[in-house]
Design a binder for this molecule. Structure first.
Ligand SMILES: [Zn+2]
Ligand SMILES: [Zn+2]
Length: 368
């Protein structure tokens, strides 16, 4: 067998000098002092809330290939997490509490004082199967009712959870997304309705910025299911309406921006440096991201009516989206909705091939 050389990158410091009950060790915080040679490797480690600490059981002597576990069961050495193993390597997931220069303070480590640390990694459980994938009951529930978790979060007012999920669509956390999430969750609770993704419920958004993604995610009224109507009028506002026209409109108050800025006074300083002045110093960017995250989640806890005006209204809503016949463009031979073609001598030409004028939506709004 090959042998490998492993080098310690740091050492554990805590109150336990001898092997002890690992539950007791885990209850206390531990420090890990990183060698100067590797201390630069801690750059922006604060972005990781949980870490996997890989360490060497330096007091472990020898091993047997199988033995009795604590509960009396017979197990091979690779089944339990015992320190007595062919390579005395331990791996424990810990919560990162603090990082000061070359020292990190963690909670949940079960290694004793002076344990050599051989590696530290950001803990990434997304690499494992999701709950739904590993739990057949959960999977069956989600298959029969894909919005059940979202609806439960709306009803119980768990906007933090909704914001995390909405960011899976949006890609980042920001107050705009948070405002979309809180406005949409409020409107859904007020109308006591959920989306079936089949136009029973419609959302009319008056902006195509971050806010609109919060609205789409929470209401389930999306671009793709024709339940999202876009009015290109540049207001952070949206109306939620049932098919009978009973609706509710939330519009952000003009002072909402100031309220959010005042709640997070440091944000502007970092925004100026990182976004406006494009200073991409790694620590500065990380600090900017952290405060932006606090600001997004903090926005959720500002009373809704300080940020929005709310009115009930009746909305004239359009008919269900038509089902369009498809034809084949006689020039590019691609399939295309018949209503989006020009008919010429019994054949159809798509707008692209015909160089027709057509509407498109981008960050500037709708164009022709
Ligand atoms: Zn955003
Ligand atoms: Zn074509």
């Amino acid at each position: 067998m090959k042998t490998f050389q492993v080098k310690a990158v740091g050492i554990v410091s805590n109150a336990f000098n001898d092997p002890a009950d690992y539950h007791k060790i885990k209850e206390k915080t531990s420090s890990i002092i990183i060698d100067d040679e590797y201390s630069k490797g801690l750059l922006n480690i604060k972005d990781c809330e949980y870490l996997d600490i890989v360490f060497w059981f330096h007091k472990s002597a020898g091993f047997t290939l199988s033995g009795k576990t604590f509960s009396g069961a017979e197990r091979g050495v690779f089944a339990p997490r015992s320190p007595k193993r062919p390579n005395a390597i331990g791996v424990t997931t810990v919560k990162l509490l603090e990082c000061n220069k070359n020292k990190i303070i963690v909670e949940g480590l079960d290694a004793i004082n002076n344990t050599p640390v051989i590696d530290i990694k950001c803990c990434d459980t997304s690499l494992f199967a999701s709950v739904a994938e590993s739990d057949p009951v959960q999977l069956a529930i989600l298959k029969s009712d894909p919005r059940i978790e979202i609806r439960n979060n709306i009803v119980s007012g768990k906007t933090d959870t909704l914001l995390i999920k909405a960011a899976q669509l949006h890609g980042h956390f920001c107050p705009g997304l948070a405002m979309g999430v809180m406005a949409a969750a409020f409107a859904m609770r007020e109308l006591k309705v959920d989306s079936d993704g089949m136009e029973n419920l419609l959302a009319i958004t008056e902006t195509n910025n971050c806010f609109a993604d919060g609205v789409q995610f929470v209401t389930g009224c999306s671009f793709g299911n024709n339940a999202l109507i876009f009015k290109d009028i540049g207001k952070t506002a949206f109306t939620l309406t049932k098919r009978d026209g009973e609706g509710i409109r939330l519009c952000s108050r003009h002072e909402s921006r100031d309220i959010i800025e005042k709640a997070f006074p440091d944000f502007q300083k970092y925004y100026q440096l990182v976004i406006i002045e494009q200073n991409r110093d790694a620590e500065l960017v990380a600090a900017y991201k952290r405060i932006a995250l606090q600001r997004a989640f903090g926005t959720l806890h500002i009373p809704l009516k300080k940020l929005f005006t709310v009115i009930r209204l009746h909305v004239n809503i359009p008919d269900y989206a038509p089902i369009h016949e498809s034809v084949v463009c006689s020039v590019c031979h691609e399939s295309v909705m018949k209503s989006k073609t020009t008919e010429k001598e019994d054949s159809f030409i798509c707008f692209t091939c015909n160089h027709s004028n057509y509407g498109f939506l981008d960050g500037f709004g709708i164009h022709f």
